[in-house]
Ligand binder design. Structure first.
Ligand code: GDP
Ligand code: MG
Length: 301
């Protein structure tokens, strides 16, 4: 359906679910650009990330959210709140899960506290990992008993399979309305936010255990000078030992993180980037409401 101005639909959809089901991967597939950072580590996403999907006939503001989990720190509680707040104003909720044997206990809890206002689309992601697709049917049937879904869409966000169907299902549920963003607008967040995120992404991908959860990246300076951008960022960790690991022998680790992050930033902003990284020990930042707010967690929602 080609939209005339009166048929054009616009609105927002919040992507929620357990950690690691592929929410950020779906956002990126829908945008056709790896805007949200993705890693195998739970709690990779810490902020509400808004991506604008432009299609003929509709405009969808997709909200990527942190995975809702059992929190072990003040940071964890802030992340859960960020996710829940995003669902409160959305026109549509995309509830994402993965093929499990029987309903995952986390899904049972989350689906029952989603609230009742906005319609919910069930997205079963990562179906590429399922050898026997017939196993999907009993799961979908069981999930369907937990609440009413406006649609149920099995997808593989990683392979971009089924993503357009999800978008079409969202569009059907949106109110008629005009475009609210320019055709080339991808997000409401400034480039400097993504610069910090891309540094954190490389750290999550190259460290283990407690380090990913102990790291925050603060962009302290972001200066465009002609065709180049100069960025300074401080990586906060909680302990000296973490700082040593992150810097690595003779600074090797930090250098590799910086190089990979710089390439990602250059791709996004299409300019040459000079990136300088510092590592600082900020004890207890994951527990301190003030540090959390200063590092940009919780304040946007
Ligand atoms: P989030 O925590 O829900 O945002 O999940 P992410 O998007 O960060 O993805 C978590 C992990 O699952 C990453 O390693 C992704 O590459 C992987 N992943 C996401 N979607 C798919 C999918 O459709 N198939 C497979 N096999 N892996 C996926
Ligand atoms: Mg995520």
């Amino acid at each position: 359906m080609q939209g005339t101005e009166s048929e054009h639909r616009s609105g927002s959809a919040a992507i929620v679910g357990r950690p690691n089901v592929g929410k950020s991967t779906l956002l990126n597939a829908a945008l056709g650009q790896a805007l949200a950072i993705v890693s195998p580590v739970p709690q990779t996403t810490r902020n509400r990330i808004l991506g604008i999907v432009h299609r003929a006939g509709y405009e969808i503001v997709l909200l990527d959210t942190p995975g809702i989990h059992k929190p072990h720190s003040q940071l964890g509680r802030v992340l859960n709140r960020t996710a829940r707040d995003a669902t409160a104003d959305a026109d549509v909720i995309l509830y994402m899960t993965t093929p499990t044997r029987g309903v995952h206990p986390g899904d049972r809890t989350l689906l029952s506290d989603l609230g009742g206002k906005a319609p919910v689309i069930l997205v079963v992601n990562q179906v590429d990992r399922l050898r026997d697709k017939s196993r999907l049917l009993p799961l979908i049937e069981e999930l369907g008993k937990l609440r009413d879904f406006a649609a149920i869409v099995p997808i593989s966000a990683l392979r971009n399979d089924g993503v357009d169907r999800v978008l079409d299902e969202i569009a059907k549920l949106l109110p008629p309305g005009p475009r609210r963003f320019e055709a080339d607008e991808l997000t409401d967040r400034p480039l400097r936010f993504f610069a910090g995120e891309f540094v954190r992404e490389q750290i999550l991908r190259s460290t283990r255990q407690e380090i990913p959860h102990a790291v925050a990246v603060e962009v302290t300076s972001f200066e465009e000078r002609g065709d180049t951008v100069h960025i300074d960022a401080t990586i906060h960790v909680e302990r000296e030992g973490q700082k040593r690991i992150l810097i690595g022998h003779g600074g090797d680790k930090l250098k590799a993180v910086g190089t990979a992050a710089r390439r990602r930033i250059e791709e996004l902003i299409e300019k040459k980037v000079f990136l300088s990284l510092w590592v600082r020990v900020t004890p207890g930042w994951t527990e301190s409401p003030r540090s959390l707010a200063e590092l940009g967690y919780g304040s946007e929602s």
